[in-house]
Structure formats: C-alpha cells, structure tokens
Write a protein of this length. Structure first.
Ligand code: FAD
Length: 546
C-alpha cells in the first residue's frame, strides 16, 4: 500500500467496531487505513443474534443508560439502513411462578417504550389468558398467564459491517481484508508504523501512521500482547454464544419469541431469519483461542432441550440442525457471578504512545462507539502534535443521518420504501417481483446492479438452490463489488448458503469456485485449496455432532 503521508489512524480489525471507526474517521477527513486479518465481519460481527435492540434484559440488570442509548440507536440504524435493520415483533410468554411476572414485565416494557420516547417501531401490548395462547399455539400452554408483544429490530450483521466498509472506502479509507497487523514500531515513545502481513498475496509491509486504534473484539488481549502494549491483566472476559439454524417448518413462527430457558432461567430467542428459524443463544465463559470457536454437543443439547420444553409441539433435535454459528462476546473483564451478568458496555483506553484500545460494546451501538473512539484519537493527535491538522479542516461525519450505501436513493428511510423500490425495479427491469424483493431486502438500492448482471448473463439469473431466493448474480456481485476473496467470504457472509442453504452450500461450492477463479484469476491449485477450506469450515460448524 502506498500512501502519500503517514496515516492519521490505522484501525486493527474489520468487525463492526473497526468498520464503524474507519467510516467515521474517513468522513471527518482523517487519513485512515483499516486492516482485517481475515474477512470483514468474520469475527464476532457475523456471529451475533442479529438484533438491533435496546436489550430488554439489561433493564433488569439496571443498565438504564445502556438501554436508553441502544433504543435511540435502534431508531438511527433503522433510518440509515432500512434495508438492513427492520422491525420485528417479539413475544414474551409469562408463566405462573416466573421470576419476572406479567405485571412487572408490563411495567418494564413501559419503561422500554418510554426510553425510546414512544418512537419504537410500535408500542408493546399485553395479552392475557386465552388470547396469549391463540397468539402462539406452539407455546407450552400449561401455566401460561399471558404474553407481551414488543418491537425490536433484526439485521444482517455481516452486511452491516460490509456496508460500513464500502462507505468508508468511498470516503477515502484504505480498507484491506486478509491483512494482519503483526507488529508495531515506535520512536521516542510514539507509534510510527505498523507492520502488516498480507495472507492472500503474501509478503509484509510497513505502514506509517500517527496513531493506532485496536478494534480487535475477542482478539484484543492477543493483539495487546503481540504489539507489546504492556497491559496488566486481561482486558476481556469473553463468553461463547451459539446459534442453531432449523428449517422454518420445525416451528413456523410469525414473530420472534423471547424464551426463558426452563433449564436455567436464561433468556433465549427463537427468531425467524432468512427463510429459516434460528435458536440462540448460549452464554458460557470461554478460555480457548478466539480462532477456534464452534458449537459443541452440550451447546446443541442445551438449546434444543430448552426450546423443546417451551414449544412441546415442535421437537428440536440436534439431528435436525442445518447449520450453526458460534462467536465470542468481547465483554470487559469483571468478576461477575455468572457469564450473563457481565456488562455489555464498552471502554476506550488511550495510551501515551498513540495506541487506543476499544473493547466491549454491542452491534447495536457500534456507531456511537466509533464516534467516541475517533474523537479520542483526534484529541490525542491534536494534543501531541499541534501541527498535524494545521493545513486541514476536519469535518463532522454526520453518520446519524448519512444513509449506508444500500439506502442511498430510497424515497424515504423506511422498510416500506424498500418494498416500493423493489416493485419499481421489478417493473422497470422485468424481473419477478419476488426476486426484486429479495434483492432489495438484501442490497437496498444496490439491487439494481445485481439485476443488471442477471439481465446481461441469463445464467446468472438462475437460482442457486431451488427453494431459496438467492441467484448466481449475487456471487458475481460479491466478488466484483463486495470485496469477497474466498468461497467462505461469499457463502457465509454475503450470500449465506452455509447458514441457510441445503447441505450448507457444499453443492454450490464448485460453481462458486469457478466463478471466483474466472474473476480473480485463481490457479487450479488455488481453486482446489479454497474448496477444501470451505469444506473444513462446514465441518467445523458440524462439530457438535461428534
Ligand atoms: P469482531 O467482530 O470480532 O471484530 C474484530 C476483528 O479483528 C476480527 O474480525 C478479527 O479477525 C480482527 N483482528 C484480530 N486481530 C487482528 C490483527 N492482528 N490484525 C487485523 N485484524 C485483526 N450485539 C447486539 O447489539 N445485538 C445482538 O443481537 C448481539 N448478539 C450477540 C450474540 C452473540 C452470540 C455474540 C457473541 C455477540 C452478540 N452481540 C450482539 C455483540 C456483538 O456481536 C459484538 O459486540 C460485536 O460484533 C463486536 O464487534 P467487534 O468489531 O468489536 O469484534
């Protein structure tokens, strides 16, 4: 990478935190580079429950500030990316003898709605007795006192990251995936450069910079050690969270259900997501390597048993799981009693040498975390080098109102506008409405570019699997426009057949590889190695079976 001058900021990590930081920094006019050691969002940021939410259970923990911040941010996210962040109705069933009874839960949800200043996607509603049973016939009816409906939002976490990266690049940030920061250089106590290893092209390079922001999620302690930051004690206490994917027919839910596990009283969700049903999550302390995280048999059994007791008509069995994902929550280290009680708040550490570390937080509040981190970096840069911005005017990033790329050109920032856009695309470009709706839901206004590829090459209009809406043009788009470099990048985070597809997308890996080889100039060896790598990733996600 060649840069005319040292970067003001180098960001380590291309999860949602790092991507948000790169975008914020670039929009302010900072010279910024971001390095991600694997693919964007390949860490925790594609392994979440995919909720943009206030976090109802944080209310119970008394984290009012966090809930207020989160519900406000939920509204911002739904406006800047209505194709990616959409309202979802949740139902909480309340049983006799529940730790939080119907009345208390009702009061809690009034607080939740109030904190959102009554601008939630909708206000909560309480249903008692028979009405609650009718709302969700699959729920265990024994002892059901009532149920409360409330609204939160669901997203596609990996795409949220990707659209931040795309916008950061458009604003001038240099972002590169498969580039790992392996060391740091300092002169007279100040950071002067990082050394980056390129895992795709090979080789190492020195990248000059004035400051570094470590946004490495669960890898924070490892990066701190590697860069010799001299941090005393662990910054994080990571906990593992597992999700299981089932066919929708196993439990055809109309809305998401917030489940209190009958096994240990933990909060879990059953969520309809992308033609499938997702069950999650676990929350257990984790002491291994963040590079080796997967669902094990105990995780699958716990989730299946909890759900089967809650929905007796729908037996959940590990054998029926079609995919899993497992990630680590990068929680700030504190000695809490149980893993679920550890705070989700973030912290920013500013060091004298110009290295900042941001740790903790949530997907929901990434934009605010990014803003805070960039401001802290600018303060440090100004305090330590008053000449740095002498001939430059830094602006405000205005990320509260700036649409993410797929929302640019919508006639209003709502999901209804996304649907109207789909109808226009279908009519104008002559594709079936269902296809246009699927593409607009995923790509927003960028769907046009996918459809144009379908029109230019009819084979790209073919569905990838007959029971799912994905078309081959999406693979072409992922490689040509969305920075995908491996089959896994395509089939896990951009066109996620590994998570929702038949046989986890193994049957489309060969054709995906052919398309990538043609576009990226792969050798036959490289093509074969990438198919192997994909098969290994699928096998890892199936380890719970052994
Ligand atoms: P990551 O996404 O992990 O990104 C860090 C990146 O740094 C990684 O991609 C890694 O490869 C890279 N990296 C590490 N070392 C280096 C290096 N040396 N050089 C270059 N790159 C490096 N939040 C919500 O708001 N809603 C939810 O519903 C929700 N559900 C969750 C469910 C689970 C099971 C989990 C685990 C988390 C959930 N969260 C949720 C929290 C949220 O997902 C995380 O807080 C967030 O994704 C963390 O993002 P990050 O960018 O900090 O970390």
């Amino acid at each position: 990478m060649t840069a005319p001058t040292p970067y003001d900021v180098v960001v380590i990590g291309g999860g949602v935190t790092g991507a948000g930081i790169a975008r914020d920094a670039a929009l302010r006019g900072l010279r910024v580079a971001l390095f991600e050691k694997e693919d964007y969002a390949s860490g925790t940021s594609s392994k979440s429950s995919k909720l943009i939410h206030g976090g109802l259970r944080y209310l119970e923990q008394g984290e009012i500030g966090l809930v207020f911040e989160s519900v406000s941010e939920r509204r911002v996210q739904a406006q800047v990316a209505p194709h990616l962040v959409r309202p979802l109705v949740f139902l909480v069933p309340i049983y006799e003898g529940a730790r939080v009874g119907l009345e208390t839960m009702n009061i809690g949800l009034w607080i939740y709605d109030t904190l959102a200043m009554f601008r939630a996607p909708g206000l909560h509603r309480t249903h008692r007795g028979e009405k609650a049973r009718e709302l969700e016939p699959n729920l265990k009816h024994d002892g059901l006192r009532g149920a409360i409906e409330y609204f939160d939002c669901i997203t596609d976490d990996a795409r949220l990251v990707l659209e931040n990266i795309l916008d950061a690049r458009a604003a001038g940030a240099h972002c590169r995936n498969y580039c790992e920061v392996i060391s740091i250089e300092r002169r007279r106590g100040r950071v002067t450069a990082v050394v980056v290893r390129d895992h795709q092209r090979g080789g190492e390079e020195r990248v000059a910079c004035h400051s570094v922001i470590v946004a490495a999620g669960p890898w924070t302690d490892q990066v701190a050690e590697r860069l010799e930051l001299g941090v005393a004690g662990p910054i994080l206490r990571p906990t593992k969270g597992v999700h299981l994917v089932f066919r929708r027919e196993v439990l055809p839910l109309e809305r998401a259900i917030t489940v209190i596990s009958p096994i240990d009283g933990r909060v879990m969700f059953a969520i309809p997501w992308r033609n499938r049903l997702v069950l999650g999550t676990t929350d257990t302390d984790f002491h291994g390597s963040p590079d080796e995280v997967w669902a094990d048999a105990a995780d699958a059994e716990y989730l299946c048993a909890s759900a089967s007791k809650t929905f007796p008509g729908a037996q959940f069995r590990p054998a029926d799981v079609i995919a899993t994902w497992a990630g680590l929550r990068p929680l700030i280290h504190e000695e809490a009693a149980a893993a679920s009680d550890v705070s989700r708040e973030h912290q920013i550490y500013v060091r004298d040498d110009g290295v900042l570390i941001i740790a903790g937080g949530k997907l929901t509040t990434y934009r605010l975390m990014a803003k805070e981190a960039v401001r802290a970096a600018i303060r440090w840069l100004k305090d330590t080098d008053s000449d740095l911005f002498e001939d430059r005017q830094l602006g405000r990033p205005r990320t509260k109102n700036r649409p993410l790329p797929g929302a640019v050109g919508l006639d209003e920032p709502t999901t209804a506008a996304v649907r109207r856009h789909a109808a226009r695309l279908a009519q104008e470009l002559g594709v079936p409405l269902a296809t246009a709706e699927h593409l607009a839901d995923v790509y927003g206004t960028r769907a046009r570019a996918v459809i144009e590829r379908m029109r230019a090459a009819p084979e790209l209009a073919e569905p990838m699997q007959s029971d799912l809406p994905y078309v081959w043009a999406e693979v072409a788009f992922a490689v040509e426009e969305e920075l995908a470099q491996t089959i896994e990048d395509v089939l896990v985070r951009r066109v996620p057949l590994m998570l929702v597809g038949r046989d986890q997308g193994l049957d489309v890996a060969e054709r995906t590889a052919d398309m990538m080889a043609a576009r990226l100039g792969w050798s036959p060896e490289r093509r074969a190695a990438d198919i192997d790598r994909y098969a290994r990733a699928v096998a890892d996600s199936r380890r719970f079976r052994s």
